[in-house]
Design a protein around this ligand. Sequence first.
Ligand SMILES: Cc1cc2nc3c(=O)[nH]c(=O)nc-3n(C[C@H](O)[C@H](O)[C@H](O)COP(=O)(O)O)c2cc1C
Length: 219
Amino acid sequence: MPNTITPADLLASLSWRYATKKFDPSKKIDAALWSTLEQALVLSPSSYGLQAWRFVVVTDTATRQKLRAVSWNQPQITDASHMVVFCRKNELTAADVDVYVDRIAQVRGASKADLEGYRNMMVGSVTNPPSLPGGDMVTYTRSQVYIALGQFLTAAALLGVDACPMEGFDPKGYNEILNLPAQGYSAVVVATAGYRAADDMFGTMKKVRFEAKDVIKHV
Ligand SMILES: Cc1cc2nc3c(=O)[nH]c(=O)nc-3n(C[C@H](O)[C@H](O)[C@H](O)COP(=O)(O)O)c2cc1C
């Protein structure tokens, strides 16, 4: 088992994090730390392990400007050190399942024959979207992407990196600017990451959450 952090440290990090409204544009996440955050994305769990997503890290300044224009002009889009667009794969087919099964065989040294049952079960699901959790392909793949978003936000907090989850943008505009449809993907949600500006007033506001007794039920 890897080292654990204390429960108090976990809660301290989760309380420290907040949806950063104003980043300090002069502070950049160093390359090794960013690479760790990318690995946290890669390590996100997904339904069947299918990983029907793509994480587009936008570094080009001109592209970030264009994206800001279709993001309610929110300053995080250009001022944060880094930005990830979480994209869902538009369709999952038997061919996608086969790519995944090949990967399992490669990584685990398993034979494809051993994986046949698992393969057929996944193909049965993805080729019959009403059977998917959520009842359709879009709901199913969108949901997966949010798991990665949550993992990213928590990983960032634990590493002392500020972040803002963002849905305040026009997905069609993002799809166009990033040429996503041609690649079979659609923008779902964004995370900006970097370091809070000293004068971001949201950084010192009290966290507003309902009490545990009102949102957690023990049965
Ligand atoms: C999916 C999602 C989308 C959000 N979109 C935006 C956004 O576009 N702009 C923004 O400033 N904050 C955005 N937020 C931040 C929320 O307003 C914030 O997380 C919430 O008020 C709780 O505050 P806290 O994260 O600071 O604890 C978003 C949060 C989530 C989870």
